[in-house]
Design a protein around this ligand. Structure first.
Ligand code: ADP
Ligand code: GLC
Length: 525
């Protein structure tokens, strides 16, 4: 029987606009795939908005138009706008483009580019080999102010969802500069921390360039807002203090960053949010299986699936040839690495373990770039073990896919890892992860036990941060590899794992809805 219809208008609500069922969300980020990417942040920004649109959200994404996005087919919608700063006005424009959705007719995603060639039209996103750009504080302050203008003129936002330090000033501007502008009175802010290791720290003298009141540059831990941090300026600290909610990208990392060991000096401010009733939460990232799927991946020389793994061997053979490793490696375990080469990623452990590791009959392919010390380490390993190590220094998305597919084992010995996406991609490609049990790596990989046979195991984990622990764990994985039956069972369990963005989108949806209905402390004044 059809449910009986509820009365149309309950007298009390007559004349009042009923709340929209879904708040309108404007994301602000420095990266979005494929237009600007240095790591997983870009992957999140291209997938999460689409997943939210799939459940009926209207989502906009504001990003700088870096050189890498010069050819984006966007339409200029605001030709020229002056954003005032004490050091001089910044002239910007706004262009927009619709992001095509897999399922039309649900919600929508609009990408807004901030056109400001004087700030963003440079070879790097954040800097070049000589270092970070000296005006990064202005570049990303402009991003935040531009996002407010996008909301005022083009896309009225109920929720500003700010990602990382580059967007962290938005909640500060919103609460200190928009005053009684009715556009913003009901707006709420969410700050997602993708990596606490990057905070947007600048010299205190640069505070004066931002056009913020002196009251927000006070020493102290107060989460009600100060950008001051050990005498300097800290964008992320400002965002943590001013945002209505703060989350990060895995439950384990949400706990870790509230400890001095992982808090990069901000653990006190993060804990204080909890003490004030708005604790930092963790929402695990998902995977865009339209891009990371060995059954359909156009970057691979052969495709494969759980029911027919033959193509995986073809991928391995082609990868060995591509990176100059001998054909005989087909009969031995091949380890893979795709990474930013940053201290966070734990490659010092590989440096410690490598000489011992390559006494065993194993092979390694690595793709990455970043800090010179780690690029040098990999170059050195390749010089020492030319028949064992295939190396590509650089950034190469199709090769990243081929390494995911052609390797047997994927290495992520991270010192810390907020979520990590590559280990989750590896699962879908039947490439078994060896990870350090930290942050999102710990949340997404279940240890397969000493013989690789533990029910539910999807990879191999170690806890102690040292080369010996890494070596033992890689050896454990290699022993399991040698037992065809054990390894096939492991591959099959790994490939069946599902880290869908739909789940994360539901969790963000709950957070947005609770934020939209939450009174802001300032509202009653
Ligand atoms: P992080 O964001 O810390 O770099 P993640 O594991 O979350 O780590 O995401 C890394 C993303 O960047 C993945 O999509 C990975 O494939 C990609 N990536 C990293 N380095 C390279 C590279 N050198 N070439 C191609 N893709 C890379
Ligand atoms: C960061 C983190 C990484 C995470 C990514 C996307 O770059 O280092 O662990 O997966 O952001 O959230």
């Amino acid at each position: 029987m059809a449910p009986s219809a509820a009365p149309r208008s309950a007298g009390k609500n007559r004349g009042r606009e009923l709340p929209r069922s879904r708040p309108r969300v404007l994301m602000v980020s420095s990266e979005v795939s494929p237009w600007a990417k240095s790591g997983g942040l870009a992957d999140v920004l291209s997938a999460l908005p689409v997943a939210l649109a799939g459940i009926g959200y209207q989502v906009g994404v504001v990003v700088p138009r870096f050189l890498s996005a010069a050819d984006a087919p966007a339409r200029r919608v605001v030709s020229s706008l002056r954003v005032p700063f004490p050091s001089g006005d910044q002239e910007i424009g706004i262009s927009e483009m619709a992001v095509p959705l897999p399922a039309p007719g649900a919600g929508s995603v609009t990408l807004f580019f901030v056109d400001a060639p004087q700030l963003y039209g440079r070879p790097g996103l954040y800097g070049e080999t000589s270092g970070d750009y000296g005006d990064n504080h202005i570049r990303f302050a402009v991003l935040c102010r531009a996002a407010l203008e996008v909301s005022r003129r083009l896309f009225p936002a109920d929720i500003f969802h700010c990602h990382d330090w580059q967007a962290a000033l938005l909640p500060v501007y919103l609460r200190t500069r928009t005053g009684v502008d009715p556009h913003f009175l009901a707006a709420r802010t969410l700050l997602t921390i993708h990596n606490l290791g990057y905070q947007g720290r600048f010299d205190s003298r640069q505070f004066g360039d931002l056009g913020l009141p002196a009251s927000v540059f006070q020493p102290g831990l107060s989460s009600t807002g100060s950008l001051e941090f050990w005498g300097g300026l800290n964008f992320l600290k400002g965002g943590i203090g001013f945002a209505d909610a703060v989350n990060t990208v895995s439950p384990a990392y949400a706990k870790e960053i509230q400890t001095p060991e992982f808090g990069f000096g901000l653990d006190g401010v993060l804990r204080q949010r909890g003490a004030e009733g708005s604790p930092v939460t963790g929402i695990l990232n998902g995977v865009d299986y339209t891009r990371w799927n060995p059954e359909t991946d156009s970057s691979l020389p052969a495709r494969y699936s759980l029911s027919d793994l033959a193509g995986k061997r073809d991928c391995k053979r082609a990868l060995l040839a591509e990176l100059g490793l001998p054909e005989k490696a087909m009969e031995r375990p091949l380890l893979g690495i795709v990474s930013r080469f940053a201290t966070q990623k734990g490659f010092d452990l590989l440096g410690e373990a490598a000489r011992e590791l390559f006494r065993d009959d194993v092979y390694l392919v690595a793709l990455g770039n970043g800090e010179p010390v780690w690029e040098d380490l990999f170059r050195q390993l390749q010089r020492e073990f030319p028949d064992r190590v295939g190396l590509r220094i650089g950034y190469d998305d199709p090769l990243a896919h081929r390494i995911e597919a052609g390797s047997d084992i994927f290495l992520m010995p991270s010192r810390y890892e907020p979520c990590g996406l590559n280990q989750i991609y590896s699962l879908r490609y039947g490439t078994i992860p060896v990870v350090r049990a930290t942050g999102g790596l710990d949340d997404t990989i279940a240890d397969a036990g000493p013989g690789g046979k533990s029910p539910g195991g999807t990879g191999f984990k170690f806890a102690d941060y040292n080369g010996k622990a890494l070596l033992e764990t890689v050896r454990r994985a290699c022993r399991a590899w040698e037992d065809r039956k054990v390894w096939t069972a492991l591959i099959s369990r790994a490939m069946r794992q599902e880290f869908s963005w739909a789940v994360a989108a539901q969790q963000y949806s709950l957070l947005y809805c609770s934020l939209a209905s939450r009174e802001h402390p300032g509202d009653s004044k």
